[in-house]
Design a binder for this molecule. Sequence first.
Ligand SMILES: [Cu+2]
Length: 293
Amino acid sequence: MLLSGCSLEGVGNAFGHFGWPGKGITLQAHKMYDLWIASVIAALIVGVFVWGLIFWCIIRYRKRGDELPVQTRFNMPMEVLYTVTPVLIVAILFYYTAIVQTDVDKLSKNPDQVVEVVAFKWNWQFNYRDGMGEEANTVASTVGSSDVIPILVLPTNEKIRFEETSKDVIHSFWVPEILFKRDVFPGNVRNTFEITLDKEGRYVGRCAELCGTYHAFMNFELVVVSPDRFNTFLEAKKSGSSTQEAMAAIGYTGDAAYATTTEPFNTRRQKNGWNQNGAVAAPAGSAVTTAGK
Ligand SMILES: [Cu+2]
């Protein structure tokens, strides 16, 4: 079933991808998607078979009178069958999982693009690098703020390597359509992974590791474009343009120069004093109650 990717996608489409966002936008995602759909189909086949046996037994062996039925103890071939079959199923699932997982985790020697992902409370910075590892240099950078969603522009059909680091606590880099997330650690742990994008578009990205008060507001946008447009974008950034100016250089002008899949959240940090000192109930006349007036 794994070999017949097309029909797996057909089944996935018919059943809402069994809870996943779709077949994904990377070569790696497509393999995970096929594994997921095939696993669910296998589980459903086993499920229907077991339900069938249960209902057949309920009907066939229901109580017909007061006579005690024949008392049997065990059936050796059956015992062997229902020990061997689950072991076989687990072995097959394990085999395909190991293959897909190894492929998803594979790192190439010469990725086409290297992006350093820097997470911090509570936003993202994306650094385009001129090589791999901490010694490489940042040639262009884009960073988010409370007012502007950070935009990560990347090309299709190129090997893109992500190197993740955090300035404070553990975050997690997640674009649902990539069908993949990986934790972003502070300190000397530098998590890496690679993807090859194959579908242009704009996709919302999120932090998937509870990192603090504004964790839920840590959205970013992944913009996937052709390699030509990506080069134009990167050259514009390198020559000092802002991210929005560089977006305009590849045709995303006006509102399109900003994120379209998500928007900055109103953190209510100032106005209502939510989660701030002044918002705490305090005795009348104390210094605290006058805050925010
Ligand atoms: Cu976070």
